[in-house]
Design a protein around this ligand. Sequence first.
Ligand code: AMP
Ligand code: MG
Length: 418
Amino acid sequence: MIRVKQALTIILKSIRPLGREQVDLSNGLDRIISFDVRAKCKLPPFDNSAMDGYALRAKDTKGASKVEPRVLQVIEDVPAGYTAKNKIRDNQAIRIMTGAAFPSGADSVVMVEFTKRVKRNKKSYPEEVEIYKETKLSENVRRAGEDVKKGQRVLSRGCILRPQELGMLAALGINRIDVAKRPRVGILATGDELVPVQGKLGKGKIRNSNSFILRAQISKCGGIPIDLGIARDKRRELRSKITTGLKKKLDLLLVLGGISVGDYDLVKDVLFELGMKMKFWRVAMRPGKPLAFGFIKGIPVFGLPGNPVSSTISFEEFVRPALLKMQGAKNLFRPRVWATLTEDLQKKKNLRYFIRAKVKIKNGKFYVSSTGAQGSGIINSLVLADGIIVAPEGLELLKQGQMISVQLLRQGYDGGVI
Ligand code: AMP
Ligand code: MG
């Protein structure tokens, strides 16, 4: 039996990044970018107005107020998408819209709210505008390159493309992007007791819930789940289903259940028969002790414990980082925070515990408690969890009030604790 940290080190050392592929920006969400992006142009590309208003010379607004407006000549109107034909001189202004190119000769923009157009003659220039407020040099002007300088690195390889990263790429005119290939991950459930979710439950049977958890977990970290169905606890069937699975161009295989020491736990034997080079079996943790990892013909294989909680946690702690590493991700782990424990928790000294937990924030501080019953079959302990308390080896009692490390689980539009 090895320690969690050792197991993770072995896994990450032996996992190689997959290749890359090109996708259009519209398919880039949540993909992991495989190159550093440097700006080939500056952003914004030209000086432009940050407000609807009037471009003018700041000195011409000196002393302007509601009571004593300055009156300037309006020589032109410039909507966004156009440039001024005229250059501004003293005591002149150009009506300008947000995003329109900033006219030469001007040095600032006064917001339209602090002006009043005096229309004498429809559509004929010059008109006049009353200005009620002083402007400062460069006020309400967005300077070319103030967002991004030419040559600046704006994204680093290994980052996950969120909406804002896609926006940056679009602004820079980059449509085809190199992203990591998505790992193809086979899932084979095992067990005579398992029935597909839409199947009829006979006596002593349960539904195959784990494959669904794993499929979703795989998708959430960028993988492509490939469901290999359910194998009965028979050597021949296990062998043939694993062999068929491995032919499906898998980058990783998960075999679920049958990896412990029960009479019908045949998976380990069968994996050996198929030439598995076992790196380890059994990790000093709870839940999830019976975990196997190795390679068959160069393909990484995890034998995950069958209990839903054990397999989910094992995936979280070992498979997820492996899949992210395959995609060249910079960050392989969940965000962690220190939180105050609000109850006493017992544990076995030599094991690392991963306790499903409710996380709360009060006055800007994190508080954490277990979700209740922690049995490895209690799916509800996962449903209720916002995070996972990582209770290290060496401790037997975690005391109410002590600080403890928590991995935060919720991400995305499900809100969550932060
Ligand atoms: P095993 O690791 O095969 O001994 O299974 C441990 C426990 O997990 C048993 O109670 C199994 O019935 C249950 N189990 C195994 N595979 C699944 C699955 N795919 N879905 C739900 N429960 C499972
Ligand atoms: Mg089983």
